[in-house]
Design a protein around this ligand. Structure first.
Ligand code: CA
Length: 225
């Protein structure tokens, strides 16, 4: 699931906005101050929606720090301070786009979608093996498009999102089959096996999707070339 971090201290904005984003199918984490937002950003959300006037650490500073850490995650600024927009979106703070308050919900959602569409292109530039287009629900492996069922696509997307980290069976069942794990993961194993085949992976010695015994699966990071 695409994850959006929403940093906004005004609940009259953050509550309806979070609801609208969830209706669009995003998973939303709301943080009411800049320090909490920076902490939340460590969870690798797919997009950050950032209010400028935040308590503890200002939104501008949050954005600067994210970029200083070399993070390329898309940042969309929410601001009532239209005069600051140049600073924010310019090289100074490194935000990608902005929406001024009061904003139209449809407009904001369109900007969110546009920024999320850009991400797969960045992934290619960094030499990733798999490129995922969440919006179009398409996936490419080494530049050829994979023919995936809906569940295979979701599974690949989660594994690639967590690339290099183990994803537990429990989490996969919850995220993809929307159910709590109650013992049998035969369905999951079947999907993993099909996915491996489609990636040309060897089940005995998988190169891409590793089985982590007793825990789950890990999508391996490609070797740096
Ligand atoms: Ca504010």
């Amino acid at each position: 699931m695409t994850r959006v971090l929403l940093a906004e201290d005004d609940p009259t904005i953050s509550e309806p906005l979070a609801r609208a984003l969830r209706r669009e199918g995003y998973e939303v984490d709301v943080h009411a101050d800049g320090a909490a937002a920076l902490d939340g950003a460590k969870e690798n959300p797919d997009l950050v929606l950032l209010d400028l006037g935040l308590p503890r650490i200002d939104g501008l500073e949050v954005c600067r720090r994210l970029r200083a850490e070399g993070r390329t995650i898309p940042v969309l600024i929410l601001t009532a301070r239209a005069e600051e927009v140049d600073t924010v979106v310019g090289l100074d703070a490194g935000a990608d786009d902005y929406v001024t308050k009061p904003f139209r919900l449809a407009e904001l959602l369109a900007r969110v979608r546009a920024l999320l569409r850009r991400t797969p292109v960045d992934a290619v530039a960094t030499g990733e093996l798999v490129r995922i287009d969440s919006e179009g629900r398409r996936a490419w492996f080494k530049d050829h498009e994979l023919q995936l069922t809906a569940k295979e696509f979701d599974l690949l997307r989660v594994l690639v999102r967590e690339q290099g980290k183990v994803v537990s069976r429990e989490q996969l069942m919850r995220e993809i089959w929307d159910t709590s794990w109650f013992g049998s993961t035969k369905t999951l194993d079947m999907h993993i096996s099909v996915l491996r085949r489609k990636l040309g992976d060897d089940a005995a010695q998988p190169q891409y999707i590793a089985t982590v015994r007793g825990v789950g699966f890990r999508f391996e990071r490609p070797d740096p070339e």
